[in-house]
Write a protein that binds this ligand. Structure first.
Ligand SMILES: [Mg+2]
Length: 255
């Protein structure tokens, strides 16, 4: 199969721990570049982080930031109409803490050392991680999920998601909203091959023509993700090595 674009999550999918692009992933991206197939990251990362990575990938310059809040392409930025600016989200986080009676900590209030411990990011990459326009990462106490979800259901147009150790508040957009923006602006075309490793990838993977799930480092695909994308393939290894192997297999099927 020859996809017209490869849509991919970054953390836990294309990148190694610490946000690094591994050798196998680099080789696979070079192969795609030779075939004229762009790699389109769909990430919860910020626009600043995305732009840095797009420059490193050198693979079409198209991607989506902050879980479908908007897309970047050579012709500019297009925002989802569901995106909510940060200042309004900070107000919603206070409402959540009050109504769920929980101590919630905005990532913007955490010491850099704590963010580095949680994310594995080098210090130089932390400011870009915090430069959020349309999403607010925060920490909640262990076991807070049900109370948080109940409280968030009272905030219309606001979505509560979990990615790694952080919870996120954002507008009710997901990575799947990026597909509409990509197609509407002509920034990418079908057929799409999609790669992801977590439940927040399920929406876009379900709308790709071929979906590949990356197993977790501890082994096995996230059960919620597997259940949400039943027709998906599973990569043979976690992160970039598995991404590259599954991609090679997909490209061989063309013959
Ligand atoms: Mg991921």
């Amino acid at each position: 199969m020859k996809p017209a674009a490869v849509l991919t999550d970054l953390d836990g999918t294309l990148l190694e721990h610490g946000g690094v692009l591994g050798a196998e992933a680099r080789a696979a991206i070079a192969r795609l570049r030779g075939l004229g197939i762009p790699v389109v990251p769909l990430t919860s990362k910020t626009e600043v982080e995305l732009r840095t990575l797009l420059a490193e990938l050198d693979s079409g310059g198209v991607g989506s930031f902050e879980n479908g809040a908007g897309i970047v392409s050579p012709s500019g930025v297009a925002l989802s109409e569901k995106a909510i600016p940060l200042a309004r989200l900070a107000g919603h986080l206070e409402e959540l803490a009050r109504s769920a009676k929980l101590a919630l900590t905005s990532a913007l209030a955490l010491p850099v050392a704590e963010i580095r411990r949680i994310t594995g990011l080098p210090e130089a990459k932390v400011p870009a991680m915090l430069a959020r326009g349309f999403g607010l990462p925060f920490l909640a106490p262990e076991g807070a999920g049900p109370a948080l979800e109940a409280a968030a259901s009272g905030l219309p147009g606001v979505r509560l998601t979990r990615g790694g150790q952080f919870w996120h508040l954002s507008g009710a957009h997901g990575k799947e909203d990026a597909l509409d923006l990509l197609v509407a602006t002509g920034a990418a075309a079908r057929p799409f091959a999609g790669f992801g490793d977590a439940p927040n990838d399920a929406g876009f993977l379900a709308r790709c023509d071929v979906a590949v799930l990356l197993p977790r480092a501890a082994g096995g695909v996230d059960p919620a993700l597997a259940a949400a994308v039943p027709g998906a393939r599973v990569a043979p290894f976690p992160t970039g090595r598995g991404w590259a192997a599954a991609l090679d297999e997909l490209l061989e099927e063309e013959a």
